[in-house]
Design a protein. Structure first.
Ligand code: ADP
Length: 395
């Protein structure tokens, strides 16, 4: 009996042990798979976080604005690539003093203001470098931790030099236009006053002053037409009606229009363009280009000299047209500026000849609207040749 009980107990114990053992193995396996899953998830999160940090760092570096983050002691914590380019240092510059990297006391003064003000907005700094002056707009923000304690500062720098440059050009343009309009207007006004003061009674005076009024009214009309054309060209609103234009005939028409003017200066006009050269152009605009260049060649060329127009096929698809004179030439220092609005080498001479100072600016815009380019070859005393390129309708 005792043996049977013993056997039973033994069997029960065995079954219990086996069950316990199975349970334990299952528990261990579950624990193992839980640990595996946990480490897989952790690795995934770490990879995601690393990717996020990488993306944020790339974004930070690619920002157009220069960004500098300062720590509580005012040293650099982070600086992006744009900041490095603006101030000429190599980021990250971590741990370096702000002044050491930006080398501009006004930036340090902006940071000092953050002790009293939460932010400094749109503060503009002017840099006098080796080239043209540069302008930086600074926005600074004092950083605070959860308890409102100083946690450093964030500085964002925006390069507004181009904007300031454009503003200066616009202001100069407005001043130039006003000046150009005022000169003929005051001459017209003076002539009218003289006539009203009794001048009209004398037929000679009357004729002389009416002539002044006529010339300067004409000048104002030319100026306003050129200004309107230039503004259309510059706004990009110009619509070109491109068609094949035989260049020899186009140049001849313009030369015929200038025949009288050329004769008055004793300038002979030579058309050297081969008949076969055909450009792809807007005929009216091309006529303006040729008219401005031929007019200049007659005005600034040598009296009793010669002006010649020629053309040749360039690389496939392009034609180069040349307008050459044998005048005094353009000094090398003036050549880079010659296509600017109102730029003249000799102001008095240009105005005397009725020039608006806008002709070459118009030439450049029209040629560029056709996809071409303009260049000059000139030396003092050796005449001037203006070259411009046009699409070739024949190729
Ligand atoms: P403008 O109405 O004064 O002629 P442009 O824009 O046509 O204006 O020309 C600008 C300036 O370039 C002229 O005032 C002149 O000083 C110079 N220039 C233009 N063409 C010639 C040329 N063929 N030879 C010498 N100087 C020239």
């Amino acid at each position: 009996m005792g043996t049977a009980i013993d056997l039973f107990l033994l069997a029960a114990l065995g079954a219990f042990a086996a069950a316990w053992w199975r349970e334990r193995r299952a528990g261990a396996a579950a624990a193992r798979s839980y640990a595996d899953e946990f480490s897989r998830q952790r690795a995934r999160r770490e990879a995601e976080l690393a990717e996020q940090v990488r993306r944020t760092a790339a974004l930070f570096d690619r920002m157009v604005e220069g960004v500098v983050v300062l720590d509580t002691a005012g040293a650099v914590l982070h600086a992006n690539r744009s900041a490095g380019e603006l101030f000429g240092f190599s980021p990250p510059a971590t741990g370096r003093a702000l002044l050491e990297v930006v080398r501009h006391h006004e930036v340090a003064a902006v940071v000092a203001r953050l002790a009293r003000e939460p932010e400094v907005l749109d503060h503009e700094i002017r840099f006098e470098g080796s080239g043209a002056a540069r302008f930086l707009q600074v926005n600074a923000l004092a950083l605070r931790d959860g308890q409102g304690r100083n946690d450093g500062a964030l500085l964002v720098f925006h390069d507004v030099s181009r904007l300031r440059q454009l503003e200066a050009i616009r202001q100069e343009f407005v001043a130039n236009v006003s000046h150009e309009l005022r000169t003929p207007l005051s001459l017209i006004k003076g002539a009218v006053e003289t006539l009203l003061d009794g001048g009209k009674e004398d037929p000679v005076t009357l004729g002389r002053f009416l002539d002044i009024i006529d010339r300067h009214t004409e000048r104002l009309t030319l100026l306003i037409n050129d200004l309107l054309l230039l503004s259309t060209l510059e706004s990009g609103r110009i619509r070109l009606s491109l068609e094949p234009v035989p260049l020899r005939a186009a140049a001849q028409e313009v030369m015929d229009d200038f025949h009288e003017r050329a004769r008055a200066r004793g300038v002979s006009l030579v058309n050297d363009i081969p008949v076969a050269v055909v450009g792809k152009a807007d005929p009216d605009r091309l006529r303006q280009v040729l008219a401005n260049l031929i007019d200049n060649a007659i005005k600034y060329g040598r009296a009793d000299g010669a002006m010649a127009v020629s053309a040749r096929a360039l690389e496939p698809g392009w034609i180069e047209v040349a307008v050459a004179d044998d005048g005094a030439g353009i000094p090398p220092e003036a050549q880079p500026r010659i296509f600017e609005r109102f730029y003249r080498v000799d102001k008095a001479r240009s105005r005397d000849q009725g020039g608006t100072g806008l002709g070459l600016a118009i030439v450049k815009h029209v040629v560029q609207a056709h996809g071409g380019d303009v260049r000059i070859a000139s030396a003092p005393g050796e005449g001037t040749t203006f070259y411009f390129t046009l699409p070739n309708a024949g190729a």
